[in-house]
Write a protein that binds this ligand. Structure first.
Ligand code: AMP
Ligand code: MG
Length: 479
């Protein structure tokens, strides 16, 4: 099937008009295709080369509607940096409709009723970041919205300086956010809360449909999924940067990629978002913030879910799920297959040693995945060697208890410790080339994004360490 043969439905517009606003996109001038993800296209049942589809650019530019498509923007509220904003909404996102369980959404296709002071646009820089990162998170096995394609234009968009405009076509099983519930709770529209909860259950938790206490069960599942997601973020070293409740997916997916970053050197205090002066969304704060956001969701749901029961569920489920998942992943990353009572101590020691050693988090684990007792390769990438040297000696002893052969351990570890993560300095290089219409690096990055555990020897330049001056840099929120 071709992309342009897709037939969409717009279930969300069966809800009352207060849930959304129908909108026409504002096309960019002379758009061109930058990159498309055939892997994401497969989700929609597309088996023909999507980049060759003659309608792809027009659909992204909102000048051609797929069959059944009736574009609309969704409204929502949100706690931004802890403060409640009663009305946000898709200020630059246009929902085209749904196919095969995925909601297609354009980001950057012009103003909507919810644009406030914004221009409805997205710049090339942030669109490349979102396009690649959506696919990379999926490649890493982390729940996320996906990206189907990216178009650019030479039309200028005003930010701190003039930048080029772009549009990404994103896919997600749902675009409902914690903030969507907050939007209806705030003015006391409790009937709408119920309609929204029913919609969410039908869309994302259909197995709960006939349950008696289905809204509470839905909440518990959101808690569980969010906790599991955070465990994955923390273990891979991902810092989202803007964990406002409007950027929290009700289905526990990573959404709304802004000033995100992967850790270069391991530093739990790292803050990727330049505007986050207090470090509210620092790397180490993320699980706590997710918990706080879930507390806000419990408040928003309180007219239809018993608040104390929801908070009890939050306390019962979040910490346990998070810890269990985080430890499970970290022990796998460390190559520990049998359980040992001292493993938690060894893990904490390792994290402390990584911090003191000043060492690239991803590269450390990749090298550990080939560790044969010779410490030099690992110590050579640390600024301070002693803390890590001592830890590796303890690790040697711990490995003696393992029954797996070294070769098998290495094989397993190489499947969980990526070679490629999208480092900011590499993304920046790809963005700079794209500014002058050279998209080869974007395409190369898409390739490693989809299979980050493979060697891709010919693309090894895409995993080089950040130069000292751009390690753990802060990024601007403007996008
Ligand atoms: P974000 O921080 O990107 O999640 O955006 C927060 C809110 O601002 C969302 O409601 C966005 O839709 C809106 N927004 C961000 N940038 C723009 C823009 N350029 N034009 C219109 N709305 C925007
Ligand atoms: Mg957002």
């Amino acid at each position: 099937m071709k992309f342009s043969q897709l037939k969409l439905t717009t279930d969300y517009t069966n809800l009352a008009p207060v849930f959304y606003n129908k909108v026409k996109g504002t096309p960019l001038k002379e758009p061109f295709l930058i990159c498309a993800s055939q892997d994401a296209a497969g989700l929609l049942g597309i088996d023909e080369d999507i980049s060759l589809d003659d309608k792809l650019v027009e659909v992204l530019n909102a000048t051609h509607l797929l069959e059944g498509s009736e574009p609309f923007a969704m409204c929502y509220a949100g706690h931004q940096f802890g403060y409640f904003v009663p009305r946000l909404g898709d200020g630059r996102a246009l929902n085209l409709g749904k196919a095969k369980g995925f909601n297609l959404q354009l980001k950057g296709a012009g103003q909507t009723l919810y644009s406030r002071q914004g221009d409805g646009r997205a710049v090339l820089r942030s669109s490349i970041r979102e396009f690649l990162m959506s696919e990379a998170m999926h490649g890493l096995g982390i729940e996320t919205s996906r990206a189907l394609a990216l178009i650019g234009s030479d039309e200028d968009v005003a930010r701190e300086r003039w930048e080029k405009g772009a549009i990404v076509l994103r896919l997600s099983p749902t675009w409902v956010r914690f903030g969507t519930f907050e939007y209806f709770n705030f003015p006391g529209r409790h009937d709408k809360l119920e309609h929204l909860a029913d919609y969410v259950i039908a869309e994302s938790f259909s197995h709960l449909q006939n349950q008696e206490n289905r809204y509470l069960s839905m909440y518990k599942e959101v808690v569980q999924k969010t906790a599991g997601l955070l465990a994955k973020w923390q273990s891979v070293g991902f810092n989202h940067g803007v964990m406002n409740t409007d950027n929290m997916s009700i289905a526990g997916l990573t959404i709304d990629y802004g000033p995100f970053a992967f850790l270069d050197d391991y530093d739990p205090n790292y803050i990727c978002n330049h505007t986050d002066t207090e470090g509210r969304y620092s790397f180490k704060n993320q699980p706590g913030i997710a918990h706080w956001n879930l507390g806000q969701l419990a408040k928003a749901l309180s007219p239809i879910v018993h608040y104390e029961s929801a908070m009890q569920a939050l306390d019962d489920v979040f910490g346990d799920t998070y810890e269990r998942e985080y430890l499970r992943i970290m022990y796998k990353k460390m190559g520990l297959n049998i359980q040992d009572e001292k493993d938690l101590e060894l893990l904490k020691w390792m994290l402390g040693a990584l911090e003191s050693a000043t060492i690239d988090y991803t590269l450390f684990f990749r090298k550990l995945s080939r560790y044969d007792g010779d410490k030099k390769e690992i110590l050579d990438i640390a600024v301070f060697r002693t803390p890590l040297q001592e830890w590796l000696e303890a690790y040697d002893k711990r490995l003696e208890k393992e029954s797996l052969k070294q070769e098998q351990r290495h094989k397993k570890m190489l499947r969980v410790n990526p070679k490629y993560i999208l480092k900011n300095h590499i993304l920046q290089e790809a963005i700079q080339k794209a500014q002058s219409h050279d998209f080869t690096m974007v395409k190369e990055l898409l390739k490693v994004a989809h299979s980050p555990f493979e060697e891709h020897v010919e693309l090894a330049h895409l995993c080089k360490s950040a130069p000292q001056e751009s390690k753990n840099i802060k990024l601007s929120c403007s996008s």
